[in-house]
Structure formats: C-alpha cells, structure tokens
Design a protein around this ligand. Structure first.
Ligand SMILES: Nc1nc2c(c(=O)[nH]1)N[C@H]1C(S)=C(S)[C@@H](COP(=O)(O)O)O[C@H]1N2
Ligand SMILES: [Mo]
Length: 301
C-alpha cells in the first residue's frame, strides 16, 4: 500500500497540461466511481509525474484481439462483455478457485500508480493506473512454495473479439512472470486509469501492469492465473522467439533484431511528438535490478 520508489519524472516530461488538470478533476469524483483514493504517501511520492493525455491512452492501443491497428481496440472493444467476469486462480496454490471480479474488488485496496509504459515497438506513454498489487491477489489463493512462475491468460471469446477470428496468433493471449517478479510491489493489476474504471480497450476489467518490462508483458482482460513450476511461453515469444524473450525487461542497450531500443517516441503532441532516451528497466532499475543479479541480460532478453 505505501510502497515507495524513486520518482524521477517531472512536469517537463509531461504531455498536455489540460489533460493533467482534467485528471485532477476526475480524481476529485473518484469515490463516486468506486475508486478508493490512494494513501497520501504513495500519491505524494508521484506528485511530479504527469500522465499522457486521456485520448492517447485510450485511442492508441495494442490489443490484437480487436485488430492490429492502434485505433482498432477503441473502435471495437465496447463489444466485450466484462460483467459478469471471473478469474480462475489455479495450479500450485493452497486455495484454487474461480473468483468473481466483484469479490476480488471487495477484498482489494485500490490505489493510484503513475507509471511509464514502454512498448517494444519503441513508443512510450505515462499512464495513471488504479489498481492493487498482484501479490495481494496471489495471497488470496496462497502460493505454494514449489511454484516458480505465474502464467496469465486473456479472455477467449471470438464472438466479441473479432481479431480472434484470424488464426495467426494461437489464442488465447498468454503471458508469464517469475514468481518473484509477480510478487514485486511495483507489479500491479490495474482496474482503472485516470481515476475511472478501465476502458475495455485498455484491458477491462483487470489487466497486468509490469512497468519495467516491455508493454506486451502487461496482459489485458485476464481470466486465468496459473501458478506453475514450468516456464510459460508467452504469445509473442511463441510467435517470434528470436525477437521476443521471456524477460523482455526494458533495456536501451539490447536492441530488437529489427530496430534500436536506445530511444523511444513519446505518444502525444502530434507533429511535435518527441523522442527521448529509453531508461534501463524503464526507469525502475533501483527497484528491480537486484532481481536479475548474475543474469546475462543480453542472453536473457
Ligand atoms: N490480451 C492482450 N494483452 C495485451 C496486448 C494484446 O494484444 N492482447 N498488447 C500488449 C501490448 S504490445 C502493449 S504495448 C500493451 C498496451 O496497453 P495499452 O493499450 O493499455 O496502452 O498491452 C499489452 N497487452
Ligand atoms: Mo507493445
């Protein structure tokens, strides 16, 4: 709840000020939307970090279940039914089961986390998420000591997800983390953005956010979480293992085979959209570098 991390973003890194003001107003009404205001400490820690514009966060998306264009998710994701919604937690847990999303929300404390999002395609945004630590959800099920990995699965429902009608991806979308990565306090399950319920195109009703990894690790619209001792093979690793590895930690020194990862295009500002240097572990090295001590980050990309 009161997890603190180094915040080095300032207003100079921000996209439009109007969007920021808009967000403060939204946060003012957040209680009415079922979002519990964050603890003061965590909020103050991020006070200087200004998010991207609402329109960019909700209209420039990757969610291949709705098509491969950046505008496809916002155009088609409304068709996805998110209520009722259950999440199965199974595998190496003490209390496996199918949990109703509403029951999960009743147990969890929602807070705001403003994080950088760095896509492997070399663009980035800053997103104000609302959500809870994944560790708290896993504690509900009780992780057994023999579990080494967490495997996540997105909804498979071609009737509501037109992209799932093409078979070039072996649906459902899958992702995975090591248990220690999953338990890290920076790793959250997001249920909102900008103090509002998360829009379908961003992964309603709950999606993973792992801010030090490339965006594709942050799997959307999760229906199943499995604790396992077998390393999961994610959708992108399965498609192109030489391009997308299991770790996919943001690393400006390890290029994608087809492009540099040293810099990123900041979404927003239209013609004036700028490039900036990509940060090691996306700016979260102080918090997470120790997880990878002794690991060759070039071999384990
Ligand atoms: N199920 C699912 N999750 C997904 C994706 C997807 O296509 N399907 N795209 C990923 C990619 S590549 C990125 S960059 C982020 C984008 O999240 P956003 O649209 O909320 O910015 O979602 C990730 N999660
Ligand atoms: Mo991405």
């Amino acid at each position: 709840m009161a997890y603190r991390w180094k915040n080095d973003l300032t207003r100079a890194d921000a996209t439009p000020y109007a969007a920021y003001m808009n967000r403060r107003q939204l946060m003012g009404g957040a209680l009415g939307l079922g979002v519990v205001a964050a603890a003061g400490a965590a909020r103050a820690q991020q006070a200087e970090l200004v998010p991207s514009a609402w329109d960019d966060v909700t209209q420039y998306n990757n969610f291949y279940e709705f098509g491969t264009g950046k505008a496809h998710p916002s155009a088609y994701a409304d068709a996805m039914t998110t209520d009722p919604w259950t999440v199965t937690i199974d595998g190496m847990v003490e209390r496996p089961g199918e949990f109703d999303f509403k029951d999960i929300m009743a147990e969890m404390t929602i807070e705001e986390r403003i994080y950088r999002l760095r896509c492997v395609e070399a663009w980035s945004m800053v997103v104000p998420w609302n959500g809870f630590e994944l560790a708290d959800l896993l504690a509900m099920a009780g992780v057994k000591p023999e579990a080494k990995y967490v495997r996540f699965e997105t909804l498979y429902r071609p009737s509501e997800m037109p992209g799932q009608k093409s078979a070039w991806i072996d649906w459902p979308y899958i992702e995975g983390l090591r248990v220690d990565e999953a338990m890290h306090p920076l790793t959250i399950m997001a249920t909102g953005i900008f103090g509002k319920t998360i829009p379908n195109q961003n992964g309603a009703p709950l999606r993973l956010v792992v801010p030090w990894k490339y965006g594709f690790k942050s799997i959307k619209s999760i229906v199943r979480i499995t604790l396992t001792d077998e390393r999961p093979i994610g959708t992108w690793e399965q498609l192109q293992p030489q391009e997308y590895g299991f770790y996919s930690n943001v690393n400006p020194e390890v290029d994608h085979p087809r492009w540099s990862q040293a810099t990123e295009r900041v979404i927003g500002g239209g013609l004036f959209s700028k490039r900036q240097d990509t940060l090691m572990f996306n700016g979260y090295a102080d918090e997470v570098a120790s997880l990878y001590e002794g690991l060759d980050l070039r071999a384990n990309f």
